[in-house]
Design a binder for this molecule. Structure first.
Ligand code: C2E
Ligand code: MG
Ligand code: MG
Ligand code: MG
Length: 282
């Protein structure tokens, strides 16, 4: 592809930067071989019930490394995977891997998986999920799919049908990053989300009275519509105290636990413990 020359220094991601576009092409090529070459993996972050203190779910997050071991952040490779269509195979790989490496062996009640609108638009997606559940013997009720409202997705009737097919399999549908896009409110009208995840930017604004009032309003809106509320990005004890004050159902964030590989989960009978991966062996 023809490229404008000029700047050399690509510190911040800029799609018009020649170096960045080379990087995108490299990542696009990498994504094609990622599952075969073991370049992709999943880490799991705990989701805690605020009232009981129990870890009731974990979110699966994708990790990609280059051939030399360098980590590529999801904020960089997920949009490329969506643009090239690689997300379809990667997404199927992620659901199968969650079922095999965690749900089939461990006592984590629910695993949530981020699902791109591209996947929901792909004919046969719900059927392929049903096949994975059958092949791994995992009940659909142990999976939740997170859909990000930030991405513009035309509310095609086939997308809505796909979501309803997934619900028929017992899979819960969560709305991710609520409050970051314009689509959120119309989505709430169209889809009966089990849980709405409030974007972490609202929590970070909470040190000011205005920010706190804003969060309170958003929580009221979501709660009045009957959805469970999960607040993302809880990092401090002060924020945790606010979550108790606001009677939030579930929290997720570095204060609860960082994402760790499946092997680190030795979640035993009492799920109140943090994942073992967070505790350094003596
Ligand atoms: P997300 O679904 O909203 O996931 C939460 C992100 O916030 C994760 O970043 C997580 O590591 C980070 N995070 C969690 N707790 C905290 C905290 O207390 N403070 C801060 N500052 N960050 C926190 P990550 O893993 O880099 O993923 C970024 C995004 O990439 C995800 O946002 C999701 O939209 C997308 N993504 C990740 N894995 C997948 C996947 O398997 N499929 C799809 N389609 N998208 C994915
Ligand atoms: Mg998510
Ligand atoms: Mg998301
Ligand atoms: Mg999120």
């Amino acid at each position: 592809a023809a490229k404008a020359s000029g700047r050399n220094c690509a510190k911040v991601f800029d799609p018009n930067d020649p170096q960045t576009s080379d990087e995108s092409e490299n990542i696009a090529a990498l994504l094609k071989i990622a599952t075969n070459e073991d370049l992709v993996s999943l880490v799991y972050q705990p989701i805690k019930n605020v009232t009981t203190g129990r870890v009731e779910a974990v979110e699966a997050l994708m990790r990609l490394r280059m051939l030399d071991g360098t980590a590529v952040p999801p904020s960089l490779f997920i949009p490329i995977a969506e643009r090239t269509g690689a997300i379809i195979d990667l997404g199927r790989w992620a659901i199968r891997t969650v079922c095999r490496e965690l749900l089939a062996h461990d006592h984590v009640p629910v695993v949530s998986v981020n699902v791109s609108p591209i996947q929901l638009k792909t004919p046969g997606f719900a059927t392929s999920v049903a096949a994975i559940l059958g092949e791994t013997g995992v009940a659909g009720g142990r999976l939740a799919f997170e859909i990000t409202e930030g991405l513009e997705m035309e509310m095609h009737s086939d997308v809505l049908r796909c979501i309803s097919d997934l619900e028929t399999l017992g899979i819960r549908i969560w709305l991710d990053d609520f409050g970051t896009g314009f689509a959120g409110l119309s989505w709430l009208r169209l889809i009966d989300f089990d849980t709405v995840k409030i974007d972490r930017s609202f929590l970070h604004d909470c040190s000011t009275p205005k920010g706190k009032a804003m969060l309170k309003d958003i929580i009221g809106l979501v709660r009045n519509r009957g959805h469970k509320i999960l607040v993302e990005g809880v990092e401090t004890e002060e924020q945790m105290a606010l979550m108790r004050e606001f009677r939030i159902d579930h929290v997720q964030g570095f204060h609860v636990g960082r994402p760790v590989p499946a092997e680190s989960y030795r979640v035993s009978a009492g799920l109140e413990q943090r994942p073992a991966g967070l505790v350094r062996p003596a």
